[in-house]
Write a protein that binds this ligand. Structure first.
Ligand SMILES: Nc1ncnc2c1ncn2[C@@H]1O[C@H](COP(=O)(O)OP(=O)(O)OP(=O)(O)O)[C@@H](O)[C@H]1O
Ligand SMILES: [Mg+2]
Length: 327
């Protein structure tokens, strides 16, 4: 058995996990900072990095204890992209323990981690596949021909879809983070009640745009005095428009590339409507990450690192964090 310690501190979650053989999660501890940042309406970078510093040692000790592992075979950590201060805390900590234990260090791209969350199951996808990455900072269609090879086929030109959920939730007076709030508010609502735009559907490229959808909700609230009393309808109609655009471009990408497998990745992968629509409407095998590993966590970082280790892709202790690390 190969055990890998995975550390994720790119934003406002401290995640530490132990994963065996790239798919069996022995421990997955996440310390969320949502309650700390809530009063500011968003993540405050300086507070985030200080909070990572406060909890990372205890969380690591706890994860190793739960896993029953004294010293893992390798130490994996998110190298970027993300908040520089937050990344620094995780990377410095990972380097220190990799050095002390004399174990390999593996730096992982945060989005590669999200994609590998789908591997944390008994029948993981085989390469090649297409990945639909939907999170707070990314909306991308990524061609994955072989392990650790990526080609971005399309991406958002403005807001990410998760960011759009968060902004629209604020417009609707729903709590942060917006994704789960909107999903809950949409229960029992009519997804066809309001006609919101699906951007770029007829365009030949595979890019997305979500700023127009957010503005459409804003204008509806401003111009339709009865709208705000129909919260379930508003939330359901917004969610449907957001999901429709993802579905359309994903189907287009599958057609154009001939891909037969689709892997969903990122925080918005937790969205139930998106998951059911993909299973129903995608022609090919659809791989959904387990709910527990959709949002930022250390297990997905360890899963990606396990594959990197098997391909001989380890890193020197001199690696540095990169807030804008390209995939
Ligand atoms: N059930 C849900 N439905 C829709 N969106 C959701 C749901 N659950 C979470 N989200 C959204 O997922 C996003 C968080 O995902 P994630 O933690 O991967 O983002 P991030 O790490 O901040 O960004 P990135 O991964 O791009 O760096 C938030 O925008 C949140 O609203
Ligand atoms: Mg993320």
């Amino acid at each position: 058995m190969t055990s890998i310690l995975g550390i994720e501190t790119s934003c406002d979650e401290t995640g530490v996990a132990v994963v065996a053989d790239g798919r069996r999660v022995l421990a997955n501890e996440v310390a969320s900072q949502i309650d700390i940042h809530k009063e500011f309406g968003g993540v405050v970078p300086e507070i985030a990095s200080r909070q990572h510093t406060r909890v990372i040692s205890q969380l690591t000790r706890k994860a190793l204890g739960i896993a029953g592992i004294e010293i893992p075979d390798a130490v994996a950590v998110t190298r970027g992209p993300g908040l520089m201060g937050s990344l620094l805390v995780g990377l410095c900590f990972a380097k220190a323990i990799a050095y002390a234990w004399n174990k390999p260090l593996i730096g992982v791209h945060h989005i590669e981690g999200h994609i590998f969350a789908a591997m944390l199951c008994d029948s993981p996808p085989e390469f090649p596949f297409l990945a639909l990455v939907v999170s707070g900072g990314h909306t991308q269609l990524v061609d994955c021909p072989a392990p650790h090879q990526y080609a971005i086929l399309g991406a958002t030109r403005d807001d990410a879809v998760g960011e759009c959920f968060d902004k629209v939730a604020r417009l609707l007076g729903l709590p942060y983070p917006g994704g789960p709030s909107i999903q809950k508010a949409a229960e029992g609502g009519d997804p066809q009640a309001f006609r919101f735009p699906r951007a770029m559907l007829d365009a030949p490229h595979l890019d997305f745009s979500y700023s127009g959808l957010k503005t459409a909700v804003l204008y509806t609230l401003r111009d339709d005095p009865g709208a705000k009393d129909r919260l379930p309808d508003l939330a359901a109609s917004f969610q449907e428009a957001a999901v429709d655009a993802l579905l359309a471009k994903t189907r287009q990408a599958m057609r154009e590339t001939g891909a037969r497998r689709l892997v969903l990745a990122g925080g918005v992968a937790a969205n139930r409507r998106l998951r059911e629509r993909l299973l129903a409407d995608i022609d090919g095998d659809v791989f959904l990450p387990p709910f527990a590993y959709c949002l930022d966590n250390g297990a997905m970082i360890a899963a990606a690192a396990d594959s990197r280790l098997r391909h001989g892709l380890t890193d020197p202790l001199t690696i540095t964090p990169d807030a804008a690390l390209p995939l």
